[in-house]
Structures are given as structure tokens and as C-alpha cells.
Design a protein around this ligand. Structure first.
Ligand code: ATP
Ligand code: MG
Length: 728
């Protein structure tokens, strides 16, 4: 335990730590010690005030950040119990774990990740004869999210109040692709009590609304609530937070409006500036000193973000000594860019920098292919460090499916491994099981169990399979999960199959999984049973895996949020990649610039920016990102400055992109239903504002049919009257 948790903190941080009662917000720039203040505040509450860790809720945005925070708190308090230090989603898992009986959900519900949802989609597509041409899985998932969060926020009533038969009927009666998929998905979910990330929040909110006594229990328990990265909180999470702090009224939030990068999920740059309008007696603490980055890096960050118009101005004061200037390199093409990055990394290594201290950041996953290829060629060890990579691998999913089947008997796991290794349970028998299960509303596993003695299954290994799974279900809490996994992989013949196939890398992955479970068992303390593990793993991403010291890390900027690295490369700073070509509004571009700001402010000692020319698919020329031009050139060291003519072309290209911008929904003067005036067509009523079509559909008084006016031309329209509400 640390004797004095206030040691090593500056004046503002001490104020943030010791002001424990009421509503407090910290607005401060990147690397100013917000997260540090937050962790010390936790320790102060526990060590100095004697508050129990279990009465504190501390929320961060990623599992990775939560794991790091737990570790820091653990060091400061020397207490194994760190209470609720977690993401909103995993906190909701705790709520549901305890109180899902209120909505008739079992304690052991399944948390779905993307590939689970895809597996459900596969069943629905098959059943309803849909193909990926009707909709891709990704679009279907996005559609679910839109419907759950925005369009049909009462959807959970289907899950909670409808019987499985009614829901099935709703699904079967649906005719539109959207509806078929949505209700099919809800039906699949309900069947195995599976919840996705949105449900975690919405079901918790539902329980709080419908069961005040449960809400009060949680409110009373959480004496102090702290939220990191508050700038990215979305409306449902905000609602949850408001609910939770309603009894003790102790809420501490920290964030940086300049790092808001989730407005597309409903976050708002105004949530921190407006915080005092929504809560009484808010105390505000500002932190201006930066302890993370060299002055050279900070200057670049400040210069970049100052180009945003919609922001609270605040500059950071560097506390660290001077270092080299930020380097910019323009390469002829992506391959040469990758080679340049690798040569710089080699150079750093020769000067004593550990590869593990170097991180390459980028806007989107897809740009890593070339650098990966080059690194493999060069035998430079690296690891992709975001998303669910490791847990996405076939053998890992299979292994976890065995564990899940033991615990939950769910259809997804069953479908995945019933015939892996081969047990002669092919398509025909599966189809039979599906129909049988649907008719009786039971799981596929139970369907197999009921039919295992029928002739159809006489030639299969179904019986042995059932005996195996059942024997583990009966005794699942008697053995450590790591042992359980080893045994089941052995007895099921799964590992044998891998050995026969000579799949050494897959066996290595399985060994790694066992190792990670073992580590979990030895560090987590109490609950080490199978269901706890499955719950833990469902919120787990590759980012939580042990950091490998000797490897260069590659990750998206979103995944790097809140983290810091000694040396950072930001690659593919190319118009259309970063900023993304999907950006169509000025507001969207400001968010993209904040993302660039987040990337720059991750670095401590050295920062390298690169772009590459050449041609895009579709044969358009590639030009450097506008963000490179946003930065005052005196702050940068160019390896070789591109010619003036090329720079001019790049600037012309940016102008061209800007001319295609359309106004955002929030910046339009009018909304659907309003009356507007067009300079030639005169007055009309706005029927629809369609962002996909980039058009405003208006029925002009002088015409019979509506006209689509380009959103880009919205300026030509003048609002003359608000929507006329009609009452019947
Ligand atoms: P971000 O906005 O990126 O989340 P942050 O404000 O949360 O940044 P921290 O991660 O808490 O910043 O701190 C940045 C770095 O500065 C860390 O390495 C931290 O240990 C260090 N630091 C913070 N406060 C101090 C201090 N008072 N003295 C010395 N170092 C500090
Ligand atoms: Mg932080």
C-alpha cells in the first residue's frame, strides 16, 4: 500500500482527489493526468477515508483501460478487491447477473459478440432464403444497433414481454428484409437468453425503471461514482449514470472534449461543457500541464486541433524536456511507406529502443495489409493489437464453444462443435434437429438428447457426445476451468483432430488459451467457476492479452484511446483514408481531426507521420491528408519536402472534397414537416430529409409530385414556418 496517495500529484490533481462529495468535473487536455487523478481518488477514498472498494463504481471505456486501471488501483491500495472498475457494459453484466430474475432471465445468460450474431444471422438467412446480396452481416448488425438504439428503443419489450411463440410468429410473419432479420434475431436471442452489448444497457435501464427497489439497492451501494473519458458517453449510458448516482449524488467525471470520437454513437462534444447545466452545484477543475509528451509533440497536437472551429480553446503546457521534432515522410507508394517505417523502427532499435515501445497507429484495420506483408518479409515481430483477433480464431471459438455448451447448452455453441470433430452429424441430421427443436421450442442439444436412440442417429457418435457434455455439466464447478478445458479438448477428440491435421499454430493458440485461463484463475481471486469465466471472456478482447515486450504493436486509433506509448507512427495519412472518405459533413471532419489529435497525443518521446502517393482503386490519385497541412510546418521535420506543384495539387484536391460536403442534420435550419421557400419553386413542405440519397424531398404547392433537392443545395431553401401539427 502506498503511504501517501497524494504524493506525485499536482495541485489540481490533489483538489480532484480530495473533493469527494457532490458533482465534480475535470475538463483537461490529453496527458494531463486525468486518469492518474481518478485512480488516486479511488485509493484516497479507500485508504484515507475508509470507504469500501465495493461501494465505488469506476467506469472506463475499454476493457484494456479498465484492466490497466485495476492494476494501478491494486498497487495503490494493496487490496485485491477493486470493486467495480470496469466498462459500462461489464458493469451491466453485474447488474443483470444479480437482478435478471426480475425479467425472468437466468443468471447464466449469454453475452453475444459479433461472430455470435453472425452465426445467428446465418441460421436466419438459411431459414428465410436470404443471401448476402439482400444484406451483408455487417449491415444487418448495424441495422440492429440503429433499431435498438434509435428507431425502436422499446424493442426490449419483445424480449421481455412476448412469449417465445409470439416472437416466433412475428418473425415468421415479417416480409421486409429488415423486419425478418430483426425479429429473427430477437427470436434467436430470446431462445437462448442471449444479450448483445446494447441489450446489456437497455435491459439494465428497464429493470431500474420497472423495479424501483432494485434501482435503490444499486444507488445505495454505489456511494461514489467516477467516469473516465466522459466526453464519449452516449445517451443510454448517460441515463444509466444518472440513475445510479441519484441517491448519494456523488459523481466525478473527467474528460477532454477535444478527444470526443464517438459522436457517431451519440456522444457529444458538449457533454462536459454542459455538465453543470444538468447537475446542481458542479465544481469544475481544469488541468493544463502535460506530463506525457515532449514539447515538440504537444505543439503539433495543439496546432492540429486548433483548426477545429467548434471547440473550447485550451492549450497544454509541456512538463517534459525537449526532444526531436516530429518527422513527416511522404513515400511514393504504400509499399515504400511501409519500408520506410520499418527502416525507422530498425534505426530506433539500434539506438536501444525496445520494439515493444513502438506502436503503429492507423485509421482503419484494412490498411495494415502492406505493412504486415513487409514486416513478415523483414522478419520483424509484430502484433495486431485491437479488435477480437485472438478470440476470433476458429480453434479459440471452438474451444470456448465446448465450454459454453457445458454451461449453457446453447444452440450457437451446439451448431459450432456438435460435428467438430466429425460425429456424423451432418446437414441432414442437423436440419432434422432444427425442425424438431423449433416445433418443441427446445434447444438443439435437448432435441438431440430426445432423439439419440432413434434410427436416424444410430450411425453417429451422438450418444458419446451427449454423455461427455452431460458428465461435465454435472460436475462443472468441481474443477478449475483450465483443467476442464484441457480435458474436454482431449476427450472430445478436438486436439487429436488438430494434431492429425498437423495444425501446430492452432495447437499453440489453444495452449495460449489454457495459459490465459490459468492466469485468470490465479489473479481473479474469488469466483473462478465456469460461468464466471465465460462472462469474463465475453467482454474480453485481444487488447487485454499480455503485452509482448519484443513486438511492435499495430492498432487502430480508436483502440489506442487513453493509452500512451514511447514511440508512435501514424501511417497512411492520406485523404480518403484518414480523414476517411466516408466523411460528408464539416462536423464529421472535426471529429476526424479530433481522432488525429488523439493519435498524436498518444506519443511520449517520438512521433513519425507518413503518407504515400500512388493510385487508389478506381484509379484516382492519392494525396496527403489535410491534417498534415493543418500543422504549422515550422513544427515538422520533412524527410524530403514534396514539390510545390504536388502540394498545390493536394490542396486543390482538399478543396474539391470540401465542395462535396453536405450540411449535417443538426446544422439544417429546417426539419421534416417544416414549410420552406425555394427561390424558383417557391413554397413547399419538407417531406423527407434523406441522408443516404443526400436529398431533401419537398412537395411544392405548385406541383403534384415531390422534388428531390440536393442536400448540398440546402442553402437555397429558407424556412418560413414550423411543422404544422395536425390534431384529429
Ligand atoms: P488522456 O487524455 O490521454 O486519457 P490523461 O489526462 O488521462 O490522458 P494520464 O494517462 O493520467 O493522462 O497521464 C499521462 C501521463 O502523465 C502518465 O504517464 C502519468 O503517469 C503522468 N502523470 C500524470 N500526472 C503526473 C504528475 N503530477 N507528475 C508526473 N507525472 C504525471
Ligand atoms: Mg486518460
Amino acid at each position: 500500500m502506498v503511504d501517501d496517495v497524494l504524493e506525485g500529484l499536482n495541485e489540481e490533481q490533489i483538489k480532484a482527489v480530495t473533493t469527494t462529495e457532490g458533482y465534480i468535473r475535470v475538463i483537461a487536455g490529453a496527458g494531463s493526468g486525468k486518469t492518474r487523478a481518478l485512480t488516486h481518488r479511488f485509493a484516497y477514498l479507500v485508504n484515507d477515508l475508509g470507504i469500501r472498494a465495493g461501494n465505488i463504481l469506476c467506469v472506463t471505456f475499454t476493457n484494456k483501460a479498465a484492466a490497466e486501471m485495476k492494476e494501478r488501483i491494486h498497487q495503490l491500495t494493496d487490496d485485491n478487491d477493486t470493486g467495480f472498475v470496469c466498462t459500462f457494459h461489464s458493469f451491466c453484466v453485474s447488474i443483470l447477473q444479480e437482478d435478471s430474475y426480475a425479467i425472468q432471465y437466468p443468471k447464466s445468460f449469454l453475452v453475444l459478440d459479433n461472430s455470435d450474431i453472425d452465426a445467428m444471422l446465418k441460421m436466419i438467412y438459411e431459414e428465410r432464403n436470404l443471401t448476402l446480396r439482400d444484406m451483408t452481416f455487417k449491415n444487418a448488425r448495424d441495422m440492429f444497433e440503429m433499431r435498438k438504439c434509435i428507431k425502436e428503443p422499446m424493442y426490449y419489450e419483445y424480449l421481455i414481454q412476448m412469449s417465445i411463440d409470439q416472437l416466433h410468429q412475428k418473425y415468421m410473419e415479417a416480409t421486409e428484409t429488415d423486419d425478418i432479420l430483426f425479429y429473427g434475431y430477437l427470436y434467436q436471442q430470446k431462445k437462448c437468453f442471449a444479450v448483445d452489448y446494447n441489450d446489456l444497457i437497455f435491459l439494465s435501464l428497464y429493470i431500474f425503471r420497472e423495479f424501483p427497489e432494485i434501482k435503490l439497492k444499486w444507488q445505495k451501494r454505489l456511494e461514489y461514482i467516477m467516469i473516465d473519458e466522459f466526453q464519449d458517453i452516449d445517451p443510454p449510458q448517460y441515463e444509466l449514470m444518472k440513475n445510479l448516482c441519484g441517491y448519494h449524488n456523488n459523481l466525478f467525471v473527467v474528460g477532454d472534449p477535444d478527444q470526443t470520437i464517438y459522436t457517431w454513437r451519440g456522444a457529444s462534444v458538449n457533454s462536459l461543457p454542459d455538465f453543470d447545466k444538468n447537475f446542481p452545484g458542479v465544481q469544475t477543475i481544469m488541468m493544463m500541464k502535460n506530463y506525457r509528451s515532449s514539447p515538440e509533440i504537444l505543439d503539433v497536437a495543439n496546432s492540429l486541433v486548433s483548426k477545429n472551429v467548434n471547440r473550447m480553446k485550451k492549450d497544454l503546457i509541456p512538463m517534459l524536456p525537449h526532444r526531436n521534432k516530429v518527422v513527416v515522410h511522404h513515400a511514393e507508394n504504400p509499399r515504400k511507406e511501409a519500408q520506410w517505417i520499418i527502416s525507422q523502427i530498425r534505426h530506433l532499435n539500434e539506438n536501444g529502443v525496445n520494439p515493444g515501445d513502438i506502436t503503429i497507429l492507423y485509421r482503419a484495420h484494412y490498411v495494415t495489409r502492406v505493412i504486415e506483408e513487409e514486416m513478415i518479409k523483414e522478419k520483424m515481430p509484430y502484433m495486431i493489437y485491437s479488435g477480437v483477433q485472438f478470440f476470433e480464431r476458429m480453434e479459440i471459438k471452438d474451444a470456448l464453444s465446448y465450454l459454453r455448451l457445458i454451461a449453457y447448452k446453447d444452440d450457437l455453441s451446439f451448431m459450432r462443435i456438435a460435428n467438430v470433430p466429425k460425429r456424423n452429424l451432418g446437414q441432414k441430421r442437423m436440419k432434422f434437429l432444427r425442425e424438431y427443436a423449433d416445433e418443441k421450442h427446445i434447444s438443439l442439444y435437448d432435441a438431440l438428447k430426445e432423439n439419440v436412440d432413434e434410427a436416424l442417429f444410430s450411425n453417429t457418435k451422438a450418444k458419446v457426445f451427449i454423455q461427455l457434455i452431460d458428465s461435465y455439466t454435472d460436475h462443472m464447478n468441481e474443477k478449475p476451468v483450465s483443467e476442464l478445458l484441457s480435458e474436454i479438448l482431449d476427450l472430445s477428440g478436438y486436439e487429436e483432430m488438430m494434431r492429425t491435421e498437423g495444425a501446430q499454430d492452432r495447437l499453440d493458440d489453444l495452449a495460449e488459451l489454457k495459459q490465459s485461463i490459468y492466469e485468470w484463475e490465479t489473479t481473479v481471486g474469488e469466483e473462478t467457476d465456469l460461468v464466471s469465466y465465460l462472462r469474463h471472456i465475453s467482454l474480453f478482447t485481444n487488447a487485454d492479452m499480455a503485452i509482448e515486450k519484443g513486438k511492435v504493436r499495430l492498432m487502430t486509433i480508436h483502440a489506442a484511446k487513453g493509452l500512451e506509448f514511447p514511440y508512435v507512427f501514424i501511417m497512411q495519412l492520406v485523404e480518403g483514408i484518414f480523414p476517411s472518405r466516408k466523411i460528408r459533413t464539416i462536423e464529421g471532419m472535426e471529429e476526424e481531426r479530433r481522432l488525429a489529435f488523439v493519435a498524436v497525443t498518444r506519443s511520449e518521446k517520438g512521433l513519425f507521420l507518413s503518407d504515400s502517393g500512388g493510385r487508389n482503386i478506381g484509379d484516382t490519385s492519392r494525396f496527403p491528408s489535410r491534417f498534415l497541412f493543418d500543422i504549422d510546418p515550422v513544427l515538422l521535420e520533412y524527410t524530403e519536402k514534396p514539390s510545390d506543384a504536388y502540394i498545390q495539387k493536394a490542396l486543390d484536391n482538399i478543396d474539391k472534397v470540401n465542395r462535396r460536403f453536405i450540411p449535417s442534420a443538426s446544422s439544417l435550419e429546417f426539419k421534416e414537416g417544416d414549410r420552406v421557400r425555394h427561390p424558383v419553386f417557391k413554397d413547399g413542405t419538407v417531406e423527407k430529409i434523406d441522408y443516404d440519397e443526400e436529398a431533401i424531398f419537398i412537395l411544392f404547392d405548385s406541383m403534384q409530385t415531390p422534388r428531390a433537392i440536393a442536400l448540398r443545395a440546402a442553402k437555397k431553401l429558407e424556412k418560413i414556418q414550423d411543422k404544422i401539427e395536425r390534431f384529429s
